[in-house]
Design a protein around this ligand. Structure first.
Ligand code: FE2
Length: 376
């Protein structure tokens, strides 16, 4: 069904101009970080490890650093209705504001990015406490989203200066998430190429197309997608834009409810997707479902896999493959009332694609969800 090899058209080779090493924490600005932290802990398996709040001397906002494996998510809520954070949550609802990127040198990354045409948000800043120092800087990307460059080699404390250790009321087990695999951005009509060009020119990232005009799935899924990634492949960011199709594009639905471009989903990688998904389901996390017929002839489409098909079918886990191997994945339903941000859980066995082969199968369930929301 899928043949990523023919789809990957490398448009330019990556040059590591900013010294990007990996994803760092993604910060969400939300309406009620305290309650969101409970969901992230109990349902998704993150542990609240640090916080900044009135009790630690922060009179502007509360932030909880949630960690699982190497994946870090910060949940922040404002204390007043008149700051940037409250304006952002009023406009966008809960959403990913800051995509953190760990860099070798936050000042170099910033200076190079600005010289290459990026817009500044925060000039290079150093913060210190008794555990060492962290240097950071930030620039704008699509919509109101920003990238924060974080240099933390010189820091041994909990997260970064200004944060204190947080101890949850009860301890909970993790659910097998290892790291952030990729982060997907949705941009408005005809803005994908411009956004991809930004990552080429400012970051030196390479890009390849996963969904093209010719793909049968495109007429249904109604999106174009190009992936940008860092030279070391640790940072992978597909960029989607809406496309004209038979029905309303799911990307357009996102844009309408987020009121602009933003992060559509974060893929969390696991080494045991059945365990991760089943334990999340047990705690009430809702996933998109495909019809049972998806599993008919699955092996003909994807080739040999080591997992038991009946077990994958039981948990609704999807499979895709390319010449290098296969991947297992599943998508949650939106993680807030607005049909905007959701999570993906992914387990890779060689395959470096993003699940294009599953799009047609997913289409029907996505369309059904959109129809239930009155947005088709
Ligand atoms: Fe994805």
């Amino acid at each position: 069904m899928s043949n990523i090899e023919s789809e990957i058209k490398i448009k330019s080779q990556a040059k590591d101009v900013l010294g990007v090493l990996d994803f760092e924490a993604v910060e969400f600005w939300v309406g009620n970080a305290y309650q969101a932290a409970y969901y992230y802990q109990h349902a998704l398996g993150f542990t609240p490890v640090a916080w900044s709040s009135l009790k630690t001397g922060n009179r502007n906002h509360a932030s909880y650093v949630m960690q699982q494996g190497n994946a870090k998510i910060i949940l922040s809520s404002p204390y007043s209705g008149t700051n940037e954070m409250s304006a952002h949550t009023a406009m966008h609802g809960d959403g990913a504001k800051v995509i953190g990127l760990r860099v070798k040198d936050a000042e170099h990354a910033y200076n190079e990015a600005i010289a290459r045409g990026a817009t500044s948000v925060t000039t290079p800043t150093e913060i210190k406490d008794e555990f060492g120092s962290v240097r950071y800087s930030s620039i704008k990307t699509y919509g109101d989203t920003i990238h924060k460059f974080i240099e933390r080699d010189g820091y041994d404390g909990i997260y970064m200066p200004g944060y204190h250790k947080y101890t949850a009321a009860v301890e909970t087990p993790e659910k097998g998430v290892v790291r952030i695999d990729h982060i997907v951005g949705n941009v408005n009509w005809n803005n994908m190429d411009k956004t991809v060009k930004f990552y080429h020119e400012v970051f030196g990232f390479e890009s390849f197309i996963e969904f093209t005009e010719d793909d049968i799935g495109t007429q249904y899924s109604a999106l174009h997608s190009t992936v940008v990634r860092s030279a070391n492949h640790r940072v992978k960011m597909p960029i989607n834009e809406p496309a004209k199709a038979l029905k309303m594009s799911q990307i357009e639905e996102y844009i309408n409810f987020y009121h602009g471009a933003g992060v559509q989903h974060i893929a969390l990688s696991t080494n045991d997707i059945v365990a991760t998904v089943s334990s999340m389901r047990d705690k009430g996390v809702e996933f998109i479902s495909v019809p049972p017929s998806y599993y008919d002839n699955l092996l003909d489409r994807v080739g040999e896999i080591k997992e038991d098909i009946d077990l994958l079918a039981q948990y609704g886990i999807l499979v895709d493959s390319d010449k290098d191997g296969y991947l297992l994945q599943l998508f949650t339903k939106p993680q807030q009332d607005r049909p905007t941000f959701f999570f993906e859980v992914i387990e890779r066995h060689g395959c470096q694609g993003f699940g294009k082969g599953n799009f047609q199968a997913l289409f029907e369930s996505i369309e059904r969800e959109q129809a239930e929301r009155g947005n088709l």
